[in-house]
Design a protein around this ligand. Structure first.
Ligand SMILES: [Zn+2]
Length: 298
């Protein structure tokens, strides 16, 4: 079943909700990058966050990148979403793994990510320069870090839940998440009501694993609020690489480097970081690129 994302508001207009299922998306990331349970959880949560924030972008041309750079064994984590919520991503060390955390018997995401580092959100809104916001990591569990980012960097009080449940054979059993945001002009008692709901909220993966729909999860989680779904869409893992774009990246290394590769290797093979698609450029193509760069300079 394809993943889906829904956008909803509460009927009193106080709360905005984005929620999604992401089992297929995270499973595809696992297949491409050969992820461990630890990296499935960490990259998976980041992909879900990017997809939710991406779906919230205003224009079709816009895109968003969620990037975590911290001191844990996983290394940098990157997830990019288009404005529909289709995502792609990678992490530096997909093979990183850690034992289950003793304290709560859960995957040790914060141990894998690291606690010292930054969360960056880069929005390409079609301007000359992208908008970049950055905060220090709060816990390395990702959902809390996204919440802290939205509160400090964008002044939006939010609740974020992100979850990936990995099966015994390392396949993705359930994945999904939501971002609940308070809209401007909300009264304190509504904030209190929401906080009460969140105290009682169950893990989103637990609900999904029981077969609950997004609508059921939201109405259970936001008990007492009446929810209206505004729209819904299919989402998934999708790379946007192409031979043409990769050629541009190869050309950007410059004449000297290209000449050395053409002489010594006679070809260049470039793998896409996001989907592992391999693009091979033979010697003749490399020579063409060199000529093209030279002609542009003249
Ligand atoms: Zn690709």
């Amino acid at each position: 079943m394809a993943d889906r994302i829904i956008r909803a508001i509460t009927c009193d207009g106080a709360v905005k909700i984005l929620a999604m299922t992401a089992r297929e998306t995270v499973e595809e990331a696992r297949r491409i990058h050969d992820l461990t349970p630890l990296t499935s959880a960490a990259l998976g949560r980041t992909l879900i966050a990017a997809s939710l924030l991406g779906n919230d972008l205003k224009s079709e041309e816009h895109s968003i990148t969620v990037r975590i750079d911290a001191d844990g064994p996983i290394g940098s984590i990157v997830a990019v979403s288009d404005s529909f919520g289709y995502v792609r991503g990678y992490c530096k060390n997909p093979q990183a793994d850690l034992p289950i955390r003793e304290s709560d018997r859960k995957i040790d995401v914060s141990g894998g990510v690291g606690k010292n580092g930054t969360l960056s959100i880069i929005k390409d809104l079609g301007m000359k320069e992208p908008y970049i916001g950055q905060t220090e990591l709060l816990s390395g569990e990702i959902a809390e870090d996204i919440t802290a980012y939205l509160a400090t960097s964008e002044q939006i009080p939010s609740v974020c839940a992100l979850g990936v449940l990995v099966d015994r054979d390392w396949s993705i059993r359930a994945a999904g998440g939501y971002i609940i945001q308070l809209l401007p002009g909300v009264y304190d008692d509504e904030i209190d009501r929401l906080e009460e709901c969140m105290k009682k909220a169950r893990a989103v993966t637990e609900c999904l694993d029981e077969g609950m729909s997004l609508e059921e999860i939201l109405s259970t989680t936001l008990e007492g609020f009446e929810i209206e779904v505004l729209d819904e869409a299919e989402v998934g893992y999708r790379c946007t690489c192409s031979r043409e774009r990769t050629r541009g990246v190869v050309m950007s290394i410059g004449v000297d480097e290209l000449s050395t590769i053409a002489e010594e290797d006679g070809q260049a093979e470039v793998a896409c970081q996001f989907c592992d698609n391999k693009y091979l450029f033979d010697k003749a193509e490399l020579m063409d690129m060199i000529e093209e760069i030279k002609s542009k300079k003249e």
